[in-house]
Design a protein around this ligand. Structure first.
Ligand code: ZN
Length: 182
């Protein structure tokens, strides 16, 4: 068992057009799209496609003056970074520093849900930006809430569609319960 790294959490890919990219990742390769969101703070649109315990993240810049846009202009579409979940981020960073590796973050940054992240400079990794990530204790809870929220939204939308279909069928058969309040 690896001492520092638990698994690959995600691989982030920069694309010029998320919808176009989904024609490969979703339609052709058959990964599920779990969700897509606009991240104004990063001036980008992101899409998440889980593959078992890891995820592919597609990132499309939404403004020319973002880090992702600069990356895209300089290097073209492709891999932006690979993220490893680690057991203990501080311990991993100390170890890497002792090995003379160039860390972009001196201390872990606290991300959404209290998770800790840090980046290793590509000059130490032979050309790949590497992200380290340690799960916070609160995160499984936050993820559960989010999954529940998404599920509820899907059910509500499904219900709306079902109701509309019923209305339509009632209209066809002239069997609507128009007098009834509901
Ligand atoms: Zn990342």
């Amino acid at each position: 068992m690896a001492r520092y790294v638990k698994r690959i959490d995600h691989i982030a890919l920069v694309v010029t057009d998320i919808d176009k990219a989904l024609e490969f990742w979703q339609d052709a390769l058959g990964l599920d799209l779990s969700h897509m969101e606009d991240v104004p703070s990063e001036k980008s649109m992101v899409a998440f496609l889980p593959a078992q315990e890891s995820e592919v993240e597609l990132v499309q810049p939404t403004s020319e003056d973002s880090g992702v846009a600069r990356f895209l202009n300089k290097r073209g579409p492709g891999m932006h970074h690979i993220c490893f979940e680690v057991y203990d981020i501080e311990e991993t960073m100390e170890h890497l520093k002792a090995k003379g590796m160039h860390l972009i973050n001196e201390e872990p940054e606290i991300g959404t849900g209290g998770k800790k992240i840090a980046f290793i400079h590509p000059e130490s990794t032979h050309g790949v930006l590497v992200e380290l990530y340690e799960l916070s204790e609160k995160e499984p809870e936050i993820r559960r809430d989010r999954a529940r929220e998404l599920a509820e939204r899907v059910i509500t939308e499904g219900q709306t569609v079902a109701n509309a279909a019923m209305e339509f069928l009632r209209g066809l058969t002239g069997n609507g319960n128009k007098g009834k309040q509901n």
